[in-house]
Design a binder for this molecule. Structure first.
Ligand code: GLA
Length: 345
């Protein structure tokens, strides 16, 4: 059994397909180079001593009964609690967390933290542990039940399955993950902060999810994946608009995969714009700060730009053609490797 392990999990960018994951729809994310690193070292006592190096903050709790708390501590306690329930014998450990994903930016620092924590703690237990799809579900329970953000599986699957040079077409009904080559022909994808932090647990995210559930209840379907545009129109406002967005964004994922296959970057840009308009006008998750960031990217010549992630602030994504100058403060993003163990000894 190793006594010290280090795991890394990346954040993610989502090219297209937003608020579709918890509606059993489609999305096209990729893992990025920035992420969270967790080092875990066995302790002789059945306690977890956790240190968030960037925050200069600590937590300490007994392994047997982690109590719910708030903030970053909820992720550590949740990871230990959920792994234990899944039959992983997590040993007492000192856990050090360091991150390079900006928090609250819509780049999934939360999923990167959960995934790095569970990979490190499973490795430290010396057991094989759950497979990657099951780990994604386990991380999502950490977020849903411990952090109280009712998010779907987009971020965790992207972090766990990332591949350099590829986006991932994820079908959230079957959990099938297909690697799609991302050949941009000199174009660049960049993210730009809106200056507004977002937190899924505190934003309108949970409300949107509840609206989708209400829409399904009224239509008597299991998920919005089954709903056509004609059926969506029968719903009362705003549920009709929520279902309209989900249905059309699923279609845009398919169209984006086809456009990438043809290397048709102009079309990809149009799809990004259409997704943004839908998130703003039908899903109501934009804010004035997000609109301003989208405008800055469009003014810089972006072929398309849109809200990314849960919305209500965070970063926006833009596709810049060759030669266009990225706005100051933007971050170029490229598909990178998924979560992995860096060291075990
Ligand atoms: C957040 C959630 C994801 C997903 C997106 C919206 O990033 O964590 O599960 O729902 O919002 O697509």
């Amino acid at each position: 059994m190793p006594s010290r392990v280090t795991a890394f999990a990346p954040g993610r960018v989502n090219l297209i397909g937003e608020h579709t994951d918890y509606n059993q729809g489609l999305a096209l994310p990729f893992a990025i180079a920035e992420g969270v690193t967790v080092t875990a070292e066995v302790l002789p006592e059945p306690v977890i001593e956790a240190v968030a190096l960037d925050l200069d903050a600590e937590d300490s709790f007994r392994l047997t009964r982690p109590q719910p708390v708030t903030g970053w501590r909820a992720f550590v306690r949740g990871a230990v609690g959920e792994l234990t329930s899944a039959g992983v014998a997590v040993p007492g450990a000192r856990v050090e967390i360091a991150g390079s994903v900006p928090r609250g930016a819509g780049l999934s620092s939360s999923a990167a933290l959960e995934v790095a924590l569970v990979l490190a703690l499973v490795a430290l237990s010396g057991q094989a542990g759950p497979d990657r799809a099951e780990l994604a579900r386990l991380c999502s329970r950490v977020e849903n039940d411990w952090v109280r953000a009712r998010t779907g599986l987009l971020d965790q699957l992207a972090s766990l399955y990332g591949q350099p040079g590829h986006a991932l077409r994820i079908d959230f009904r079957s959990l099938e993950v297909l690697a799609v080559p991302l050949e941009l022909e000199g174009h660049r994808l960049v993210t730009l902060g809106s200056g507004e932090q977002h937190a899924n647990a505190a934003s309108g995210y949970n409300e949107r999810r509840a609206e989708c559930e209400r829409a399904c209840g009224l239509l008597g379907v299991e998920s919005l994946r089954e709903v056509t545009l004609a059926i969506a129109r029968e719903l009362p406002d705003p549920l009709d608009r929520r279902a309209h967005h989900v249905t059309t964004d699923n279609q845009r994922v398919e169209l984006a995969v086809e456009a990438l296959g043809r290397r048709d970057l102009e079309e990809l840009g149009r799809l990004l714009d259409a997704s943004h308009a839908s998130l703003r006008d039908y899903y109501d998750v934009s804010t004035p700060a997000v609109e301003a960031a989208v405008r800055r990217l469009k003014d810089a010549g972006a072929l398309g730009a849109r809200i990314m992630g849960g919305g209500f602030g965070g970063h926006v994504l833009g596709l810049l053609p060759p030669g266009a100058e990225a706005p100051r403060g933007s971050l170029e993003v490229r598909p990178a490797d998924g979560a992995r163990l860096l060291e075990a000894r």
